[in-house]
Design a protein around this ligand. Sequence first.
Ligand code: GLN
Length: 313
Amino acid sequence: AQVPRESEIKAAMQEAYDQFKSNTGGANANYIPYLDHVNKNLYGIVVATVDGKVYELGDTKYEFGIESCSKIFVLALAMQERGLKQIEDSIGVDATGMPFNSVIAIELEPQRTVNPLVNAGAMATNSFVQAPNKQAKWEKIDAWFTRFAGRKLPVIEELYKSESETNQHNQGIALLLQSYGRMYDDPLMTCDLYTRQCSYGVSARDLAIMGATFANGGKQPVTKDQIIDTKYVPRILAIMATSGLYDGSGDWLYRVGLPAKSGVGGGIVTVVPGKMAICVFAPPLDKAGNSVKAQLAIQHMVKKMGLNLFDSV
Ligand code: GLN
């Protein structure tokens, strides 16, 4: 796989940036009060390549809530610790086609927890992380995210507080999973740890580098740390391809042809296997909870650089 030239990457970034900068579509997530108040004009684009180069444009240093983008990294941790079978059998790897916090999705398949990238499956995945107690579990998750980012990530305490005060729906899902025997640690403790993992502050730069670790076979391209076994990477990317943008996942794959993960903080990270990750951050979201500008910008860059996995010519 050939990484696009620097001039090509920069030109694609600039074009995407300019083209969508004044787009006013979408609205900030408002079910988490903190997110509702984030400046809706923030807009940053970052490309991180597998050879450790990082290109930035716009608001790439602003630390936003990682939210659901955290799910892919906790999945990587659970996979590395427990292996594939446990994830496949207990959590499941199929798409739901339903909203990220759907309760119906759980009811339809009580044998499993849907998939690791919707809230139910993400909480079950978090509950798999092995540690003797809550504190140790958090420290393990924190150390894991530090390796992906190549720096210790802050938790945005104000976001954590805001989300903790309003996460009754997720608590309900966690308890429901317990009733089905699909929660593997204390449900409310797990929901709290999940809420905390969603409250990490990341910059678009951080998230691009974290994503580029998947593009690079599980090896962090800047620190050269082999974080997960290469054999797990295609599995994680496959789940991202079918489920990374919730009920928008099918449309996304149809248009862009690459695995990605979104978060209601406004970030989307897209992985181009063997080449790079692209992260775009812009808070306003569409109805499914995916950043409007980030989707447009990434789609534009992917087209411009010819990165769609299904383009065979
Ligand atoms: N923490 C958020 C929630 O559980 C994450 C959702 C998201 O980013 N889609 O509701």
